[in-house]
Design a protein around this ligand. Structure first.
Ligand SMILES: [Fe+2]
Ligand SMILES: [Fe+2]
Length: 203
């Protein structure tokens, strides 16, 4: 499948111009981050294009399609089926787009909640999804710049922004997200993030 064919198939699968614009933007940022950090830019771009294939499925369809594939569903996922679009999306990438490269499938699975253990490509696609220019929150641009300098500090900042957003809406935070937060906090990324903030915002 050529990249142009893949793009039109993704557009058809998503069924939304807005969502397609988002995935193209994620793919572009993931590509740039991967090239900068010495990772495989074509895999990052592919994961970016395919990461939200099931994003617009209603909750019941997410549950039904996961059950039909006999995928395990944990208590958080059953209570908040939206997070299943990540793991189901990876299965759709495999089935409809012929992707069998775990380096591409893994970032798709982890892009929503993050996880305690993430590959560098997992991290870069997570960052691209959270920080692409179409996102609109105050720290976005500074965190995007930080993602090119210090991946762990950018992960911590993006996880904190995501958790703050969920909490502001009274939404629950997935256990995998809290586990990821603990890992990056323990790794000392918080100190570097504070240093970055003092550089960006001298006041
Ligand atoms: Fe998503
Ligand atoms: Fe996304």
């Amino acid at each position: 499948m050529t990249f142009a064919t893949l793009c039109s198939a993704v557009h058809a699968q998503l069924g939304s111009r807005h969502r397609y614009t988002h995935v193209v933007s994620v793919a572009r940022l993931a590509d740039r981050l991967a090239a900068h950090h010495g990772e495989d830019a074509s895999k990052a771009r592919l994961a970016g294009m395919l990461h939200d294939l099931a994003r617009l499925y209603p909750a019941q369809r997410l549950l039904d399609e996961c059950e039909r594939r006999e995928m395990p569903i944990d208590a958080f996922e059953r209570a908040h089926p939206i997070v299943l679009h990540a793991r189901l999306g990876a299965e759709i990438a495999r089935e409809r787009f012929g992707i069998d490269d775990e380096a591409v499938l893994s970032p798709i699975r982890k892009h929503t909640t993050a996880a305690a253990r993430m590959s560098r490509l997992d991290e870069l696609v997570y960052l691209a999804d959270g920080l692409e220019p179409g996102r609109n929150f105050p720290e976005r641009a500074a965190l995007e710049r930080l993602a090119f300098e210090d991946v762990a500090a950018a992960m911590l900042g993006t996880l904190r922004a995501s958790i703050a957003f969920l909490e502001s809406r009274g939404a629950a935070v997935a256990p995998q997200t809290l586990a990821a937060l603990a890992v990056y906090e323990a790794a000392g990324a918080g100190r570097r993030l504070s240093e970055q903030r003092s550089t960006v915002c001298p006041t």
